[in-house]
Design a protein around this ligand. Sequence first.
Ligand SMILES: Cc1cc2nc3c(=O)[nH]c(=O)nc-3n(C[C@H](O)[C@H](O)[C@H](O)COP(=O)(O)OP(=O)(O)OC[C@H]3O[C@@H](n4cnc5c(N)ncnc54)[C@H](O)[C@@H]3O)c2cc1C
Length: 375
Amino acid sequence: MVTAEVLIIGGGPGGSSCAWRLCRAGVDVLLIDKAEFPRDKVCAGWITPAVVDELQLDTADYSRDRTFQPITSFRVGLIDGPATDLDYGRPVSYGIRRCEFDHYLLARSGVRTVLGEPVRSIRREAEHWVLNDRYQAPLLIGAGGHFCPVAQTLGDDGGGQQPVVAAQEIEFRLDGPGESGCQVRGDRPELYFCRDLLGYAWCFRKGDYLNVGLGREDRHCLAEHVRDFADWLRRQQRVRDELPGKFRGHAYLLYDHSRRRLSDDGVLLVGDSAGLAYTQSGEGIRPAIESGLMAAETILQSGRKLGVAEGKRYEDEILRRFGRGRMEPHSSGWLPTGLRRLLGRSLLQNAWFARHVVMDRWFLHRDTRKQRPPP
Ligand SMILES: Cc1cc2nc3c(=O)[nH]c(=O)nc-3n(C[C@H](O)[C@H](O)[C@H](O)COP(=O)(O)OP(=O)(O)OC[C@H]3O[C@@H](n4cnc5c(N)ncnc54)[C@H](O)[C@@H]3O)c2cc1C
């Protein structure tokens, strides 16, 4: 049996942030991921400045051999409709590639890892969690993303279907003959909302790479929406004639829709495993990192134990930080339902609304930026 004080399942931003904090405090952590790193993750790779702060990311070091695209403006509009350019005049977000970002964070955490091994079995034995009949620890962190086996073991609170966001994206290097045909600027990602406002699409250039994708609350006909968007981008001459390769899909829960349990005796869930992505924008990297750090703090402040009281404290902190939306019986959705019905699409074509509500509040969360003390 391989033992540790804490087992973490998943080496994405949630798991690696938790490991980073715990390892710095001298806790013996073992992190297991089914993938070998570097591994890719279906994601546009947009991070907000709070992520840089929370991670105390040395951006000069990071960007030396990796893509790190400052974003100073956005183009926001409707698919098939007009768009507005919103200029901030300074970096308000960054573009990263998940294959590089996740690998960097995992390596930096200094955690002991088992990579390339999926967790297939989880059982509680006396005071310990035992994974794959081989790894054992008193404490467990579920950071395995949307399909995390720990989340499946804990189940959901309150019944009912939880609407899932379904998304598809493609990321490719712009070094072929079509590069000169790409009109998307690195410092200005383009966001286009679906006409029914049930989702949005993006076209996001990060250095030499282009990421194109679309996510919707309603997964019905997703492939058709994606295909229509790609055709429209070509007609608008935003991208080259043919996007190389296939779109890849993934799913995740938005915070207000998630009924996943966040804790149980000796276990906490973080990131997508807990369903923490922001409801309006779908941004999930920041909540994964913040919850990973909160979970680590809970363990450290409780003298390295996780009983019912500690689980409750963690849940309370999540609610304080991300709001009580996940407790509401009829939550709003990607865009607030009332707004969708009453004001509809015309608002998205209004430059003031696009800047101060869509970008500043929903996507950049400029009202909730905070800095943590160094670990
Ligand atoms: C198309 C798309 C675009 C997105 N764009 C953005 C964006 O631009 N910005 C943003 O902030 N968010 C974005 N998100 C959301 C973001 O990708 C996630 O919220 C974020 O990755 C969550 O991090 P995590 O650490 O919780 O989980 P993940 O990053 O999913 O990591 C989970 C890890 O667990 C491992 N794992 C899973 N199951 C097992 C198992 N059984 N055994 C062992 N290991 C396992 C996986 O291999 C993986 O490495 C996007 C999502 C999608 C689908």
